[in-house]
Unconditional design. Structure first.
Length: 202
């Protein structure tokens, strides 16, 4: 899988609780620990399907996406020509969303939207993600939660990319959609087994 799409999927991919795994086999995802004499930090990677899983549904984040992710004065497809434009048009058509909805998007948002619709079509449900389960357990145990970055910062990482990089990201996403559809079940399976080497290879 090409690196642009792989990077987007690591931010966006939903990690369902056994959506593509044997329900009878308990998941054994990888868990790392880093410690010094007075502190232990546990690192647990999940495949996520949202920008800012704690904040994506808030009005503030939705408004920020509309502000930073839309370019109504610059039609999306007008940025591309030839084979690149054809690939993007094919990917948009396969998404099942109205083509007009993409025309006002910045390339970064179009890329993530395409990836998200593909994952939904594969049955990956963010409502059943492992991060959601961990948040619920932490809340029940009265544990405090803090993020390394906010939803606004995550959006900014994409929105602040130069136009050329955003456009390359969208072209790469469109090109690799069919490969990603084939590889996603393998990514979920590798995560379930804690096979970090396999995940890295994908």
């Amino acid at each position: 899988m090409k690196r642009f799409l792989a990077a987007a999927l690591l931010v966006l991919v939903g990690a369902p609780q056994a959506a593509h795994a044997d329900a009878a086999a308990p998941a054994r995802p990888a868990l790392w620990s880093v410690s010094d004499p007075d502190t232990t930090i546990y690192l647990f990677g999940t495949l996520r399907s949202e920008i800012a899983s704690l904040e994506a549904e808030t009005p503030a984040i939705q408004a920020l996406v509309m502000t930073r992710g839309m370019a109504p004065d610059r039609p999306l497809l007008a940025r591309f020509a030839g084979e690149d434009r054809a690939m993007i048009e094919t990917a948009i058509s396969a998404s099942g969303l109205p083509g007009e909805a993409f025309q006002t998007m910045q390339p970064w948002l179009a890329s993530l939207t395409l990836a998200t619709t593909m994952l939904a079509a594969l049955g990956l449900d963010p409502a059943e993600g492992v991060d959601k389960a961990l948040q619920e357990r932490a809340a029940a145990a009265g544990k405090a939660k803090e993020g390394f970055e906010t939803g606004a910062e995550q959006i900014g990482f994409f929105a602040d990319l130069p136009d050329a990089v955003q456009e390359a990201m969208l072209v790469s996403t469109a090109r690799d959609m069919s490969e990603a559809r084939d590889e996603m079940p393998s990514m979920v399976e590798a995560w379930t087994r804690g096979d970090a080497d396999r995940l890295g290879a994908l």
